[in-house]
Design a protein around this ligand. Structure first.
Ligand SMILES: [Fe+2]
Length: 455
């Protein structure tokens, strides 16, 4: 990457700094506004809306894990070929206001960091930290309006990965708990009314980061990363201990649950080999089988392990006769994570997923450029920003009819000049590289998930 922003000194950290506080994982401290922004290339005029991405940005400057910093959103407004503004804002949670570290007091309700994702649905911009209530933000300013409980109807946590059914416009999601009920499924109508909530029976408190929907089903993966109360207590006593409140426990078993999308009955469970999955690419129905594509880890959170191992893209296919899941590797190409898909094909047969390359590393998360994966053939189209540049999640924004017809938006950080850009790629021509790069007034730390507010 190259651009004309004056180079600043690259942050050098002592070797003892954990990877999630090092380099561009390190938090930024300023809340900045800049308008308008310089653009290299041609910003597609049909992109009219606001891109908002959430991430972990500890206000104290330190955190015990990448997952446990205060939420900070970074937004870029695009209008008719211009980049109108950039701004970043802490999510002003009760924990942020109190300058409280994760684990100081029981997490839940408003007491969470709201640092994982941003969701636009029902005319509301929400952030989620997957623990406790979401927070509502003003989409025009990104200022925090407060915790949001759907008029008292949300009785569980709010996943960072709800899914919008492209046919009905309903938002389907869940929350998992440290105490029973361990899993609750809910549905929000297109007008923002929470219309359904029901308990899904699972035997233990496990970490369930994402799920999938199909045309007729909600699909849960209940995997053996188990809440560890003793570890959580030790962690609360000393958040610098490095003790993680979840642990790998293959004896808990691994299962895929397929339940009616309207929540009218319990899931049918299909056995899996122990593994862990943060993110699904997509899912769909194929006759009486359900197909789920996932970013599959062999394990995670073994003692002393802050990263998972054995990342690969897998396809799960339920077998109603055996009650098991057939598990195959989907591609032998580059490895990716933080998958997205064309939102018009959520839960439907699809061809393409878009991932950020996860370059092999035993000591850090080394993110690269775009992998556009054809899930039918396993073929990949790649854009690599170069070894010193690092992307994140690529959000797909549709602009014309047909799968893949749209643009990919994502922040890219360049180590060489310690600066970030919002990069825009034509999804149909990923290998051609960016069609536009928007220069940002400060670096954007690596983060998690974004959303698009159209119009
Ligand atoms: Fe996620």
């Amino acid at each position: 990457m190259s651009h004309a922003i004056p180079a600043r000194a690259t942050t050098h950290s002592p070797p003892a700094t954990p990877w999630w506080l090092d380099g561009n994982f390190a938090p930024v401290t300023a809340e900045v506004e800049r308008a308008p922004l310089e653009v290299d290339g041609a910003l597609p005029p049909e992109l009219v809306g606001t891109y908002v991405r959430n991430g972990s940005n500890p206000v104290s400057g330190v955190s015990p894990h990448w997952f446990f910093g205060d939420g900070m959103v970074h937004g870029v407004r695009l209008e008719h070929g211009k980049a109108a503004w950039y701004r970043n804002r802490y999510v002003h949670t009760t924990m942020y206001e109190a300058r409280a570290a994760f684990g100081q007091g029981p997490p839940g309700g408003a007491s969470n960091q709201s640092n994982v994702s941003a969701i636009w649905h029902g005319g509301r911009l929400l952030t989620s930290g997957e623990v406790g209530l979401p927070y509502r933000l003003d989409p025009a300013t990104l200022d925090t309006l407060g915790p949001f409980d759907f008029a008292g109807r949300l009785t569980s946590a709010f996943t960072a990965h709800p899914k919008i059914d492209p046919t009905t416009g309903r938002l389907h999601g869940f929350g998992y708990g440290f105490v029973p009920p361990f899993l609750t499924y809910w549905i929000v109508e297109p007008d923002g009314t929470l219309s359904h909530s029901s308990v899904v029976d699972i035997p233990a408190s496990t970490m369930i980061h994402d799920f999938a929907i199909t045309e007729h089903h909600a699909v849960f993966w209940d995997l053996p990363v188990r809440f560890d109360l003793a570890a959580a207590v030790a962690y609360v006593k000393d958040p610098t201990s490095g003790i993680f409140p979840y642990r790998w426990d293959p004896a808990t078993g691994a299962r895929l649950g397929v339940m009616p999308l309207d929540g009218s009955g319990p899931p049918r469970w299909f056995d899996l080999d122990p593994c862990y999955v943060f993110h699904g690419l997509n899912a769909y129905e194929d006759g009486d089988q359900v197909v789920v594509d996932v970013c599959h880890l062999d394990s995670i959170f073994r003692p002393g392990q802050t990263l998972g191992n054995g990342l690969a893209t897998h396809r799960w296919r339920t077998d109603p006769a055996s009650g098991r899941v057939a598990d195959t590797v989907l591609t032998d190409g580059r490895i990716g994570e933080l998958p997205t898909r064309d939102p018009r094909l959520v839960g439907r047969p699809y061809r393409f997923a878009y991932l950020v390359e996860n370059r092999p590393s035993q000591t850090t998360v080394d993110l690269g450029g775009v992998i556009k994966l054809d899930v039918g053939t396993g073929d990949q189209q790649v854009w690599d920003p170069g070894p010193g540049a690092h992307g994140g999640e690529w959000l797909f924004v549709p602009t014309s009819d047909g799968e893949d017809h749209g643009y990919l938006l994502g922040f890219v950080y360049d180590t060489a000049d310690d600066a970030s850009e919002l990069v825009v790629l034509d999804a149909t021509a990923v290998a051609n590289g960016p069609v536009a790069r928007i220069r940002l007034p400060q670096r954007v730390p690596y983060g998690f998930h974004g959303t698009w507010i159209p119009g």
